[in-house]
Write a protein that binds this ligand. Structure first.
Ligand code: 5AD
Ligand code: SF4
Length: 438
């Protein structure tokens, strides 16, 4: 038998892209490809791209340029661009970078093997459809090979909220939930393969409304059902919109033991004026009240969020409101970004905030967020937490896992990958915790 051809995938952006990359690798597995971790020995290179901020797309173009020599040395090498830049730019990618053989969007990658076959005579292939058919139905059943203890599972995609800054409604399309039976089957299969923790993914995951006979299920109903799956020990979900945190989902945080005490709930800004301009459809006050209700259900929950500074029209006073909101919430972890104008979005038409002012605000916000993160991490010292071990650590004999609160935890001791153990936290470092087995 001929050696299998090798596929190198590089993934940018969000966790949904990580999930999609895994599914694309599996689909190409059916076409005789095995994955490799080095582009140099690949027969096909696929960049799974992100379009959320400007630099993301620029990084893709500079990365593509670096494959020039590889392609010259191996003319048969296929180069493909997938994901959200592919969706947004389409054929433009090949015009800007003629090395590229195929461009496939996030809703049509079930056609990837067939597209790859069509490139064999040097043809250029582009597919950025939003097809009628469901890619998840068309993708073959996932392989049964054993795998690591944590997995992502996309349950919902796309978005109908149209925040004024965001490309997602254009790159991922309208909001669609996968049917309940599809999700449950995939979750049970993952558990069979050794998975103990599943993170349910969606751009708006708490708006999940999966078809089920007798009526659609909400995310809370889905989580309660998944919690009954033997062998599945931890459930997480990301990312959520404040307006879709319904009562039952809040209650589930207090009632479902397997639902981990960590919630990513982006607010973007603490200024009502900016929130309105962003078309967020909530206020700073309604967000703070929501956090109070969530903390009432699960007092130890660790909150994370996303912030944008320098949104068009943002003043120093608006920014002060953001800082005040952060002080009020106390986040365990956060992502913060300078506003980046995205073509085709409503905010792209608006005048930009002075670049230096925006950089300065970002630095101040990040200093505050880092301080909070460190404080909350330091408060973990002395506490006992669950840790699911994911890999061997960098130091001999050390194992690394994630706590219930999603902190990276290093432990030296007799544990294996996939073990879920109680750990007493003894140290807090810049980005991780150290502990001892209980
Ligand atoms: N500019 C800067 N940050 C953005 N995000 C989304 N769109 C933009 C943009 N145009 C951030 C938001 C979102 C996260 C995934 O990325 O904070 O929650
Ligand atoms: Fe980036 Fe958004 Fe696409 Fe994820 S969905 S890859 S964050 S543009």
């Amino acid at each position: 038998m001929a050696d299998p051809r090798k596929l190198f995938i590089k993934t940018y952006g969000c966790q949904m892209n990580v999930y999609d990359s895994e599914r694309m690798a599996e689909a190409m597995g059916g076409a005789g490809y095995v994955e490799t971790s080095t582009p140099e020995d690949a027969d096909m290179i696929l960049l799974n791209t992100c379009h959320i901020r400007e630099k993301a797309a620029e990084k893709v173009y500079s990365e593509l340029g670096r494959f020039k020599e590889l392609k010259a040395a191996k003319p048969d090498l296929r180069i493909g661009v997938a994901g959200c830049v592919a969706q947004a730019e389409g054929e433009e990618i090949m015009r800007r970078q003629p090395l590229v053989d195929l461009v496939v969007g996030p809703q049509s990658y079930h056609r990837l093997p067939e597209m790859e076959a069509r490139t064999s005579n040097g043809a250029k292939v582009v597919d950025t459809d939003f097809p009628e058919e469901d890619k998840f139905e068309k993708l073959k059943k996932r392989p049964q090979a054993k795998r690591g203890p944590t997995a992502f599972l996309t349950v919902q995609e796309g978005c109908d909220k149209f925040c004024a800054f965001c490309v997602v409604p254009y790159t991922r399309g309208a909001e669609v939930s996968r049917p309940v039976s599809q999700v449950l089957t995939e979750a049970r299969d993952l558990v069979e393969r050794g998975v103990r923790e599943i993170t349910l993914l969606g751009q708006n995951v708490n708006a999940y409304h999966g078809a089920h006979e007798g009526g659609d299920w909400t995310l809370a109903t889905l989580i309660r059902e998944l919690a009954k799956v033997d062998g599945l020990d931890r459930i997480r979900f990301t990312t959520s919109h404040p307006n879709d945190m319904d009562d039952d989902l809040i209650a589930a945080h207090g009632e479902v033991d397997k639902l981990m005490p960590y919630l990513h709930l982006p607010v973007q800004s603490g200024s009502d004026r900016v929130l309105k301009a962003m078309n967020r459809k909530h206020t700073a006050e309604s967000y703070l009240r929501l956090i109070e209700r969530i903390r009432a259900a699960r007092p130890d929950i660790l909150l994370s969020g996303d912030f944008i500074v320098g949104f068009p029209g943002e003043t120093e006073e608006d920014f002060a409101d953001t800082m005040a909101l952060v002080e009020a919430v106390r986040y365990g972890q956060c992502y913060s970004f300078k506003y980046s104008s995205r073509p085709g979005t409503p905010a792209a038409e608006r005048p930009l905030v002075d670049a230096d002012a925006a950089s300065d605000r970002l630095a101040r916000l990040q200093a505050l967020l880092t301080r909070q993160q460190r404080e909350i991490q330091d408060e973990m010292v002395g506490r006992e937490v669950g840790v699911l071990f994911e890999r061997t650590g960098r130091i001999e004999g050390q194992m690394t896992g994630k706590s219930d609160y999603l902190h990276a935890v290093h432990v030296t001791g007799d544990v294996a990958v996939g073990d879920l153990r109680r750990v007493r936290i003894t140290e807090s470092g810049p980005n991780s915790l150290g502990g001892v087995l209980v």
